[in-house]
Every structure is written in C-alpha cells, then in structure tokens.
Design a protein around this ligand. Structure first.
Ligand SMILES: Cc1cc2nc3c(=O)[nH]c(=O)nc-3n(C[C@H](O)[C@H](O)[C@H](O)COP(=O)(O)OP(=O)(O)OC[C@H]3O[C@@H](n4cnc5c(N)ncnc54)[C@H](O)[C@@H]3O)c2cc1C
Length: 548
C-alpha cells in the first residue's frame, strides 16, 4: 500500500472499474472485483473507513428489532434483510477472526410476560440463523444468572434474556479489506477526492477527475465503469454524474458515547429494547470501555462531520440509567462519535418526508443509464460482502465477464493462520508484555510479526506510546508503511481506536505519534507541529461540544 506508487498507477493506467469511497461498501467491492481478476482503482477523499464505517455500533447482526418489525407489519423486505444479515454473519466472523468475534447480548426484563415475549422472539432469531454458524443459542436467564454475568445491572430486574450476534472492529476490518484488495491487485489510494467526471459526446463517463488532497494536484483516472460507494454522500456523486437524478439517500445521524467498562462490568453487551422514542439502544464493551448508542435523527449538514453533543449524551444516559445498579454521571463520558446511516428512500414520490426510522436498511445497486454510473446505495456493515457481490456481478455482466465471486471464503490480511495461540507466540518470539501481545494479535492478526520485527530493528520503537496502553511506537511505523496512515488521526482514530475510547489520552499521544509519523513521511518540524496542533484543536472542539 505505497501511496506514491499507487498515485502513479492511477495517473497512467486504464482500469476496468474505479470505485469511489473506501468504507465497508467500496472496500468490499474492491476486494471482490480484484479477486475476480478485474483491474480496480479504489479511492477515498479521506482516510479509509474515515466516515460511517468506523462509527457503527460494531455489531455483526441480522437485527432482532427488524425481525420484530417484520412480523408485526408482515413486512417481507424486513424479513429478507434479517436473513441477509444472518447469512453473512458467519462469513464476516470466519474471514477475519482476529477482528470479529461472537458477542453475548443481554436484555433485562421487568416482568415474566416480557421475558416470555423476548424469549420467543429470540428463538425465532436462532431459527432463522440455524445451520449457518455455530453461535450459542439464546436462553432465558434467571435474575441471579443475569446479575452474575452483568454485575452493573439494577437489582430491580425480573430476569433477562441472552442471545448471540457478532462484534467487529469496524475501522480495522475495513482497513483489512482495503489491504486485502491491494494484495489481490487493486490500486488503493486515500485522500483523493472526486471533483468531476469527463464524459464522451453521449454523456457517458470516460474518466473520473480527482484531486490528490495531499499534493493538491488534480488528474483524471481512466476507467470503463465507475462505482459510487460514497455512503451518505452518494446523492452528490449521482448528481455530479447526472444532474437529473432524484435524491435517494436520507442521511440519519447516530451517536455513541464512551463510558467506563465498570458501568456494566461485563463481557456481554446490553440491548435496551425500547427507548422513549421507540428505538433500541445498545451498550457494548469494546477496547476496555463501554460504547452506548445510538440515536437516529435526520441530518442535513452535508459535508460536515456529525459530532456528539450534550443533549444526545443526556438522552443516552437517561435511557441507560433505569437498567443500572449505580448512578452514572455525565462527567464519566470519556469520548464519543457520530456517524451517518446511508438510509435509502424507496421510490414512493415522497422522498422528502422527515422521519428516518422506517426507511430501509437494505441495499440497492443502481445503474444510471445516461452516465453509466453505478451506485451501491444503503445497506449495513454486516452485509457489505453481499452488497459487493451484487454490485460486482452487475459490473461483470456489463463487461461481459463470467468471473465468479470468490469473497465468501477469502481470509483477510492477518487472518491467514491466525488462532488464539498467536499472542503467546508473539510473547515467546519478541518478549513483549502479555497485554501488548494480545493487542497486536487482535489488531494485526498474523501480520503482528511485522510490527514485532520493526520493534527489534529499532529499539526506540519498542516502547509504549502511553504507559497505560499496549500500543507500541512500532505500530505507527508499521501503519504508515503497510496501511497508508497519513495523519495522527488516521493512526489514533482508525488504526488503534484510541480516539473513540478516550479523547484526553488521545491528546496526550498526539505529539508522540506526529513525531514518529514525521520521521517516516519526511515532514519538516513545522509540518509535524502543525499536524499535532490541528488534531489537538479538533479534540478540544469535540470535548467542548459535550459540555454545552
Ligand atoms: C450510528 C450507526 C451505527 C451503525 N451500526 C451498525 C451495526 O452495528 N452493524 C451494521 O451492520 N451496520 C451498522 N451501521 C451501518 C454501517 O455502519 C453502514 O451501513 C456502513 O458503514 C456504510 O458504509 P459505506 O461504505 O456505504 O459508507 P461510508 O463508510 O460512509 O464510506 C463512504 C466513503 O466515501 C467517501 N467519499 C465521499 N465522497 C467522496 C468523494 N467525492 N470522493 C472520494 N471519496 C468520497 C467518504 O470519505 C467515505 O469514506 C451503523 C451506522 C450508523 C450511522
């Protein structure tokens, strides 16, 4: 993943397809297409996974709530969506087991009837998933069992139900997809923004005009077909290709807050089945903290990063409080993040309505026959592979290719030969502390050996970035060289996830990371300082917004 080399490739080659957007959808398409032998370019205006694909609840799921809605409303589209999610769940877990694992979810109930209702629903969920994976089946827990598994629960519960889904490190999974696509032959580049299209006399796209945001140079990428995978921003690209396109995406903002792990003190997550505005909220353990989310509100400030504000914190904490043994204080919120769901409005002629809660979470592959632009619209993380398959099947039909999809059984970078023994092997080979070995094994899989070798090569890189965390300085060097990390935020937010777990610790790490990156990327002292200051100012802004 050498950026300079790849930019040169973009400038000189003719591609079969150019994919715009390297979130879950675009990265999934790039891998699928490269595995079928197509010549692929994948570009993103930001870092890989910088938008929604690093800001999800991180569940790999069919969606128990969608199942409930499907039965209540006899809605077959919802039912199909649950099936898609459950079919894909085991593939996501199997193709990168270092980044995705089973997760127990507990729903506390306050009466016998409620327990019965959820138990029946979850048995149906089990039944829909049966035969596809080996996750444990759901069961009804006594109050005693529930409090033992989740000591932070309120003693006022009647009992609880437990079921299983998957959990993934969303940003790292996306980077592993991009990395795998690169190794399969795709040309991948971040910080490259689409600013226009070059078209022939029939208005069909011939080339994608892009701006390399790091060198501030503009150039065309020549490609037979172009796929728009820009998530919540998809309408902008559709209308750039064909101004007559109707808007289809209705972005919906969802935020999470980060609380201390001890609030629930459990390896299981909690599902709150009904908030006061009729949605579900999850409290999910992740990276030693508890992520609580999410909200679901229409969002119209296109192009601006959706960030957590004080009222959203109040709403989420008020929702969680009745389920807890102890009072939580707003001051305990250590970080948070907001993302935009790329919800898809059906063709009803009523695309401009105001609620987002009933919109489809399923996907659609659209071909604009005038410009030839393909757009992958909607969807969710869990079904990224199926979405990519549907899209690349369409591209293959257009190209007259019969190449079959091979992504179902393709292990991602770091998953080759990975098992629970990898952490112990790292310890015996490199002598790192146990927490460092667990962290490296989980984040880089079998590629963690390369991080270990860098630490051996230069003992200055063997040190921890912060004494309380298992992150090594060698990781900065590894991610710059092997994962195209270009800024301190690329590393701290998406390569090691510190930004979403603790803003103040992230601020502490920033100058150290900027220094190491500057050495790797040849920054001047002035540039290194600017990188550190810009990110610190942004983190201060996030903190100030939560204190309103
Ligand atoms: C709060 C929240 C919670 C969620 N939880 C879950 C969950 O638990 N499980 C689940 O399965 N799904 C979940 N989802 C849904 C899932 O996260 C999204 O469906 C998925 O990440 C969308 O991926 P994407 O690639 O389509 O979009 P994105 O990740 O947003 O990627 C689009 C990319 O396009 C790039 N781009 C935009 N414009 C341009 C341009 N002009 N030039 C170049 N690049 C451009 C952007 O920089 C961005 O990186 C959640 C979503 C939200 C918001």
């Amino acid at each position: 993943m050498n950026r300079t080399h790849n930019i040169q490739q973009l400038k000189t080659r003719q591609f079969d397809l150019c994919i715009i957007g390297a979130g879950a959808s675009g990265a999934g398409c790039a891998l699928d297409a490269a595995l079928r032998g197509l010549q692929v370019a994948l570009i993103d205006q930001n870092d890989f996974a910088a938008e929604t694909s690093s800001k999800s609840t991180k569940l790999v799921h069919g969606g128990v709530r969608y199942l409930e809605q499907a039965f209540k409303n006899l809605d077959f589209a919802q039912l199909r969506q649950v099936r898609h999610g459950l079919n894909e769940r085991h593939i996501v877990l199997e193709n990168a087991p270092h980044l995705a694992q089973p997760l127990g979810l507990i729903t506390p109930v306050f009466s016998w009837w409620e327990g019965l209702y959820f138990s029946i629903g979850l048995k149906l969920y089990d039944w829909f998933a049966s035969g596809k994976d080996h996750l444990p089946r759901s069961r009804w827990l006594t109050k005693k069992e529930a409090l033992r598994r989740m000591p932070g629960l309120s003693p006022h519960i009647h009992s609880a139900v437990l079921y299983y889904d998957g959990q993934l490190d969303d940003a790292r999974y996306c980077i592993a997809l991009v990395h795998s696509a690169d190794e399969a032959g795709a040309t991948v580049v971040n910080y490259t923004q689409v600013v226009g299209f070059q078209k022939d006399s029939q208005q069909k796209i011939e080339a994608v005009q892009v701006m390399d945001k790091l060198s501030e140079t503009s150039f065309p990428i020549r490609s037979k077909w172009v796929i728009n995978c820009t998530g919540a921003g998809a309408d902008h690209i559709r209308q750039l290709a064909n101004p007559a396109c109707m808007q289809r995406i209705r972005p919906s903002k969802g935020v999470h807050v980060t609380l201390p792990y001890r609030v629930l003190n459990s390896a299981d997550a909690m599902l709150i089945p009904k908030t006061k505005d009729g949605r579900v909220v999850f409290a999910v353990p992740f990276e030693g903290v508890l992520l609580l989310g999410t909200t679901d509100d229409p969002y119209s400030e296109q192009g601006r990063e959706p960030i957590l504000d004080a009222t959203e914190i109040d709403f989420l904490l008020e929702t969680l409080q009745p389920f807890l043994k102890e009072k939580i204080d707003k001051k305990e919120v250590a970080a948070g993040f907001g993302g935009l769901r790329p919800l898809l409005a059906p063709h009803t002629g009523n695309e401009n309505g105001s609620t987002t809660k009933t919109l489809l979470r399923d996907h659609e592959v659209e071909l604009d026959t005038l410009s030839g632009l393909l757009s992958l619209l909607g969807g969710k993380w869990t079904t990224y592979r199926l979405m990519a398959k549907d899209t690349i099947d369409t591209v293959c039909r257009l190209l007259g290719s019969h190449a079959a999809c091979r992504s179902e059984k393709h292990l991602l970078v770091g998953a080759e030969g990975w098992n629970n023994q990898v952490a112990a092997d790292l310890q015996s080979t490199f002598g790192f502390d146990a927490d460092i070995c667990r962290h490296l094994s989980r984040k880089y899989g079998t590629r963690a050996v390369q991080v270990g070798r860098l630490a051996q090569e230069n003992t200055a890189w063997e040190a921890r970035i912060l004494p309380e965390y298992p992150f090594l300085k060698a990781e900065v060097v590894y991610t710059v060289r092997e994962e195209m990390a270009c800024t301190p935020r690329d590393f701290l937010a998406r390569r090691i996830r510190l930004e979403i777990t603790d803003w103040r610790q992230t601020k502490k790490a920033t100058p150290i990371v900027a220094q190491l990156m500057g050495q790797e990327l040849g920054w001047t002292t002035e540039e290194t300082n600017k990188q550190a200051v810009d990110y610190t100012v942004l983190l201060d802004f996030f903190i100030s917004k939560t204190q309103g």
